[in-house]
Design a binder for this molecule. Sequence first.
Ligand code: GLC
Length: 649
Amino acid sequence: MYTAATHQQFVTLLRNSGIDINGADHSFFVRCMANAGVVYELFYSIYQRHNAAQHAFEALLKTIIAAYQNRPSTLLERDAQKQADWFLSEQIVGMSLYVDRFCGDLKALPSKLSYFEELGVNFLHLMPLFESPEKESDGGYAVSNFRKVDERFGTLEELMAVQQQMQAKGMYLMLDIVLNHTSHLHEWALKAKAGDPFYKDFFYTFADRTLPDQFDATMPEIFPESAPGNFTYNKELKAWVMTVFHQYQWDLNYSNPNVLVAMLDTIFFYANIGVDILRIDAPAFIWKQLGTTCQNLPQAHTLLRLIKHCVQMASPGMALLGEAIVAPEAIMQYFGEGTFTARECDVAYNATHMALQWDALATGDTRVMLQAQPILLQKPKGTTWLTYTRCHDDIGLGYDDAMIAAVGFNPYEHRKFLKNWYSGMYPGTYAKGALFSVNPKTQDARISGTLASLCGLESAILNQQEAAIQLAIQRMLVMQAHSMFLGGIPMLFYGDEVGYTNDYSYLHDAGKSYDNRWMHRPIIDWKKNDRRNEQGTIEQQLFTAMQRLITLRKQYKAFADYSNLIWLTPHNKHIAGFVRQHQSQTLFCFFNFSSYTTELTWYVFKELPHTSFTQVKDIANGTFHNIGPDHEHLVFPPYSWMIFEGISD
Ligand code: GLC
């Protein structure tokens, strides 16, 4: 919406900053004018009554202008070159990794870029690199300085050098902004502890337990075992501080507009390093309100929309990923709703589908997975998923009870089965994982473990059973293939491409032993990774299969996320089947999640409207098959996947 006052205020600020409105900076000017009214409305809908609102709004506009002026010319060029929907492309395949555990430090990373190229990965999520106290770090998600790279990893200059080398190779970079909290050792927290009222207001502090008790009554606990409750007493402040995650992570107070402006400035700092996708950590938590769960509140969405529109002005080439690991319907809201549809986060984790893949793998039954699809298919055009089987976090079984009940399972018993199955407690399970954050009150729990261990590789190797090893590899690959072709940006987790099993050494490190997510964050042993070049090794089998999956994805435009996925009528509960279509390309994708050899009839290729295929081509091996009569079968070995391109005469 156009607001004359904001227009005038902005134009004056732009002119005073030396912006060449009619010349070199014209497209920036156009973006500013197009977004200014919306930014004004969103900002004042939250901060109207705050006495610092006016001052903070001007600071926000100045932050946008400064961000544009500080944007390196190479990034300005890259912004101009990027298509608006570049992140939907089938050409992008990512990997998430800890720089120190992967290769030591940032200096060593450039020498590993060829490894990613060999695999086909061209998008890197470097896990948090900014300064974070070693023993109280939450894997880097407790940041004590948003602008200083932690010495353990190297320097900011080295990070920028990595970005430049990646850019030269056509690769993309993702970094985190930890928006919800800082370390209790961040400068702002230190100043608050020293009694500075300006910074005290950056956090939620309470003189006594009255309000914390009221908040706690409706707020769930995130880490009930290692960090119960949502508040921590601080002796220096003589107050209770809100700490939703760990005790050392202090929640930022976004009801104070100065916090928003300070964090927006940080966002632009990352944008100007050359971040292509900014991973907004834990956005569901950024707004707090008594009497609620303090998750997914409307104001959190308003703030994200505000950030999105500001980013669009100064660094339009940077997309936003919302890391909202919440219930399926709630995740969808991070893409924006109503007039803000597709104008909030560009990308979101498909956490629902990820967890449902694990559900399907344990039961060999894809029906619960299918129940979620009507919701997930509502993702707006122009936005995309980040698809994955494993990441640095636990697997939460956060999909709805109704989805489980709809196929006739008892939700409580079903979840209990899954937890037992993957934590290795269920008789006969192949999986070796662990329960994470068991809530003693509700028995809720999530699951830790590497892809390989959860798929049975660790137990198969221990028992020296070759057949079991092969089955585990098949399980890993059916999971990976499903994420690769489902639609969205596939994000591999480092180590999974060569089958790292759980690492239990975290138990001997006091800074990590309380958090079993470390069991699935491997330290790369390059001798192991080099075995990818030795014929017949587990590493070679997995690595080459992953290479093949990536190559196939990049060969077909239909794998780009043009909201072009149709689920096939389920003909066999063991097999998940969907179609990806783009222009004249039609790809039928099937994944057998069960341990059985099972089958589909040829009819499955006939039900799609407006198509009449006579043949199909198996894209993995290039063989053609005539589509047979309805009573004949196509056979799927245990844990296999097949993709067929429809061919008409
Ligand atoms: C996100 C991160 C997780 C971290 C949490 C708190 O969920 O992925 O690792 O513990 O945020 O920052």
